[in-house]
Design a protein around this ligand. Structure first.
Ligand SMILES: *Cc1c(COP(=O)(O)O)cnc(C)c1O
Length: 412
């Protein structure tokens, strides 16, 4: 099955950029379909990390020596690259965090604790990752706020009429996932944001799954906050981004206290630094921040629309092939999806599926995907999830299909 898309990206060439893919697992060539958990890193990103440690490792901002200045320049160049990547108006609106989870906690613990009060309502959705549920529950417990949840329909799409009913003048915050990690659904976030703003609520979008698949433009979205993790966009682990509108960030109290986030410290009174540094206490993850810029450049070289087209092709192929397996049911059939296929099989536990596929060298994720309320909504304990990245191929999907036939034979 050839399409025009296969001609634009040379997938075999791209695979050579990802050394981890070239190995045998249980005697079989590795098929890596766990990209929604974290995707693999191309050589240029790995090289950027090595170059940093071999060439200019130093602590940033306060140093006046050559290495410190070089490290600082690379660190701040990454901030500008991310500003461009999400199209933020100001570079100060880009806060480095340790990941999506860290970014959401930062907003809940600073904006939330300062501006949300008893009886205020926070809206999330049924398809949130635990990291966009628990920080708000913690806040609600502390501040007496009320958590409300937008339901999803059988296809795995948000029911916007129900969202509309939840919105009231008491709605102060709306926190919604851009793309579901468990279902692949791409949510209509622009509409969700506009509806929230119409009642005066502030909005956070969890972009963890979106950044490597869809274009991000925080100004066009007019979102107040946008968070994501580098390790899901071909970058290193332990590094993430919080985008926030400058006026909001300026008004928020600091999060962690320590070095870098202060202007002046005395035992009587400490004054805080400006954004973004106000929120970046301590020595940051310098090497990983530096390498993110390389990850963005790598994606830009391939072309995000080419990546998306290839992945869409894989999604359609996988959906068609898997649908032919008797007793297999795909969970999440939204019209607008990224390349994630979550499924259950009649009478076979997802864990057994995962173990057998692993014996065949195929890495998938099984379980609740940190979305237990969503699993409950579909009356299932978990799913098997195959998620595709730019380096995956239709041959690999064929191997998954063969593997699932093997599973059926072994488990029946
Ligand atoms: C992975 C993920 C998170 C959490 O990201 P971390 O990097 O683990 O902090 C949050 N939301 C979604 C949708 C995710 O896919």
């Amino acid at each position: 099955m050839q399409t025009a898309v296969d001609h634009t990206l040379d997938i075999e060439q791209i695979r050579r950029d990802f050394p981890v893919l070239d190995q045998l697992v249980n005697g079989k060539p590795l098929v890596y379909f766990d990209n929604a958990a974290t995707n693999q890193k191309p050589l240029p990103v790995i090289d950027a990390l090595t170059r940093y440690y071999e060439g200019y490792n130093a602590n940033i901002h306060r140093g006046i020596h050559y290495l410190a200045e070089k490290a600082t320049a690379a660190f701040e160049a990454s901030r500008r690259a991310i500003q461009q990547f999400v199209n933020a108006r100001h570079w100060e609106e880009i806060i480095f965090t340790y990941g999506t989870t860290d970014g959401i906690n930062l907003v809940a613990q600073t904006y939330g604790r300062r501006f949300l009060n008893e009886g205020d309502e926070i809206i999330i959705t049924t398809m949130e990752h635990h990291s966009n549920i628990v920080p708000w529950q913690m806040l609600c417990e502390e501040r007496g706020c009320i958590l409300k949840v937008i339901p999803v329909d059988d296809n795995g799409e948000l029911i916007l009429e129900e969202y509309e009913k939840l919105l009231t003048p008491r709605t102060k915050f709306v926190s919604v996932v851009h793309v579901s990690n468990a279902l692949g659904t791409i949510n209509p976030v622009k509409t969700i944001i506009d509806m929230a703003h119409a009642v005066g609520a502030v909005v956070l979008i969890d972009g963890a799954q979106a950044t490597s698949h869809v274009d991000i433009d925080v100004q066009a979205l007019d979102t107040d906050f946008y968070v994501f993790s580098a390790h899901k966009l071909y970058g290193p682990t332990g590094m993430g981004v919080l985008y926030g509108k400058k006026a909001l960030l300026d008004d928020m109290p600091p999060y962690r206290g320590g070095g870098e986030m202060i202007k002046e410290v005395t035992f009587e009174k400490t004054t805080y630094n400006e954004i973004p540094y106000k929120f970046e206490a301590g020595t940051p993850n310098i090497a990983d921040v530096v390498a993110v810029k390389t990850a963005l450049e790598y994606m830009a070289t391939l072309g995000k629309e080419n990546i998306a087209a290839h992945e869409h092709d894989l999604l359609q192929y996988a959906t068609a092939q898997l649908s032919e397996i008797e007793g297999l049911r795909i969970i999440g059939q939204a019209k607008n999806k990224i390349s994630v296929v979550s499924f259950v099989m009649d009478g076979i536990h997802h864990q057994d599926i995962g173990v057998i596929l692993d014996q065949l060298g195929i890495a998938v994720r099984t379980g609740h995907h940190c979305t237990q309320p969503l699993m409950r909504r579909f009356n299932i304990a978990g799913t098997t999830r195959a998620s595709f990245a730019v380096y995956n191929t239709k041959d690999e999907i064929d191997r998954l299909v063969q593997g699932l036939h093997r599973v059926k034979k072994m488990m029946s």
